[in-house]
Design a protein. Structure first.
Length: 365
C-alpha cells in the first residue's frame, strides 16, 4: 500500500496507508462509534460530503455482501479506520472493503491513531479534512481547505430525481426522499404498504394529488434549513395528513412548526445511543447519524410536545404535534445498522392511518 496523509483544517496531520481509490478527498470529518455496520454506514446517504472515521479498531473483517446496502450509490467522500481487514471471513462476504471502496472511487486511509483523531473532533468539533498523497505540501492543502466551501446541496445530490412506486396492497404512503435509507422502505413494505417515493422538492399539491393515507419524511444529509421547499410543503400539509419524520425529516417537521435547529459540536453517529421516552419512561438503545438537532427551548410557544430525549446530552430526540397526527424522531427506527428497539414506531404511524373513510371525513385517533 502507498502512504497517504489525512490533513485536518486545524493543521493536524496523520500519516498512514492508502486504501480504496487513489484519488484525493475533501469533506467534513466525522466519527462513528459502531462496532459493526460499516457497510450500512458507507452506503448511508446521510453521510454525503463527509469523511467517515470508524472508532472501532478493526473494520472490514466480515467483508461486503449484497444485502446490507442502504443505497445503491454511496455518497461519502472518504473513509478512515485504524486497521482494515484484508482477508474477511464470513459466509455472506462477496468482496473486501478495500475493493468496494475502489469500485466506488472512495479514497481512504488506515493505520492512523483513530483514538487521537476522535479526541480532536470531540474537543474542537467537526471540521474540514483532506485525504491526499504523502507528497502533497501541507500548507498548500490547508490553504485549499480554507478557501473551499463545502456544498450545501447534499439533499439534492441524494434524493431521487423522479417519483417511483413500490407496490403493495395496504395503506398508501408517500415517502419524501431527502436521502433515504433503504431500511425505511423495508419497514414499510413489511407492513404491506403501497409506497410512492417522491423527490425532496415535491409540492404539497403534487403530494395531495396522489391521495395518500400518510407521509413519511426520511433521513438525509446536511442542514435542514437548506431545504426551504420541504419546510413550505410540510406547513401546507400538516393539517391534512398524518406525518412521520425520521432524522432530517424530524428536524424539518420542527422547523415547519415554528421551532429551531442548531448544528451540534460533533453530532451523534453510532448504534448505541440511549434515548428516553418521556411518556412511558422506557429507555431505548438507538441508531443515530446526524449533525443537527432541534433546540429544546425553541419548542416553547409552538404546538409541539417533547416526547424523547437523549440520555447522553439531553438533546431533543422526539416530538409530536398537540393538534395534528404528526410526530417525529431524531434516531433511526429502521436501525440498519444498530438495535431494533424502536421499529415499533412504524406500527405507531400505521395505526394513525384510516383508509376506509373518505379523505374529507378522515378521523384521527
Amino acid at each position: 500500500m502507498d502512504n497517504r496523509q489525512l490533513i485536518l483544517e486545524d493543521g493536524t496531520v496523520f500519516t498512514g496507508e492508502s486504501i480504496g481509490s487513489d484519488t484525493s478527498a475533501l469533506g467534513e470529518i466525522v466519527f462513528n462509534t459502531g462496532m459493526t455496520g460499516y457497510q450500512e454506514v458507507i452506503s448511508d446517504p446521510s453521510y454525503c460530503g463527509q469523511i467517515v472515521m470508524m472508532t472501532y479498531p478493526q473494520i472490514g473483517n466480515y467483508g461486503i455482501n449484497r444485502e446490507d446496502f442502504e443505497t445503491v450509490t454511496p455518497f461519502i467522500r472518504g473513509f478512515v479506520a485504524k486497521e482494515v481487514c484484508e482477508h474477511p471471513s464470513n459466509f455472506r462476504s462477496e468482496e473486501t472493503l478495500d475493493s468496494y471502496l475502489k469500485a466506488n472511487n472512495i479514497p481512504g486511509i488506515t493505520g492512523i491513531d483513530t483514538r487521537k483523531l476522535t479526541r480532536i473532533i470531540r474537543q474542537h468539533g467537526t471540521m474540514k479534512a483532506t485525504i491526499v498523497p504523502i507528497d502533497q505540501p501541507v500548507e498548500e492543502v490547508k490553504e485549499t481547505m480554507h478557501v473551499t466551501n463545502l456544498p450545501a446541496d447534499q439533499v439534492k445530490q441524494t434524493s431521487t430525481v423522479t417519483p417511483y412506486v413500490v407496490p403493495g396492497r395496504g395503506k398508501r404512503i408517500v415517502v419524501v426522499d431527502f436521502g433515504m435509507k433503504h431500511g425505511i422502505l423495508r419497514e414499510l413494505t413489511e407492513r404491506q404498504c403501497h409506497v410512492t417515493v417522491v423527490p425532496y422538492n415535491y409540492s404539497s399539491e403534487q403530494i395531495l394529488r396522489l391521495k395518500p393515507d400518510g407521509i413519511v419524511l426520511t433521513n438525509g444529509p446536511g442542514n435542514p434549513k437548506d431545504v426551504p421547499e420541504a419546510i413550505h410543503m410540510i406547513k401546507n400539509i400538516i393539517d391534512k395528513l398524518p406525518i412521520f419524520g425520521i432524522c432530517l425529516g424530524h428536524q424539518l417537521l420542527a422547523l415547519a412548526c415554528g421551532a429551531d435547529t442548531e448544528k451540534m459540536k460533533f453530532g451523534h453517529r453510532g448504534g448505541n445511543h440511549p434515548v428516553k421516552d418521556l411518556e412511558t419512561e422506557k429507555t431505548y438503545i438507538t441508531s443515530q447519524n446526524h449533525s443537527y438537532a432541534v433546540k429544546k427551548a425553541s419548542l416553547n410557544n409552538t404546538e409541539l410536545l417533547l416526547t424523547h430525549v437523549a440520555l447522553n446530552d439531553n438533546t431533543v430526540e422526539g416530538i409530536k404535534h398537540r393538534v395534528y397526527p404528526a410526530f417525529s424522531v431524531q434516531f433511526h427506527p429502521e436501525s440498519s445498522p444498530g438495535p431494533e428497539d424502536t421499529s415499533h414506531f412504524f406500527d405507531s404511524f400505521i395505526s394513525k392511518l384510516i383508509v376506509d373513510q373518505p379523505k374529507e371525513e378522515k378521523i384521527y385517533a
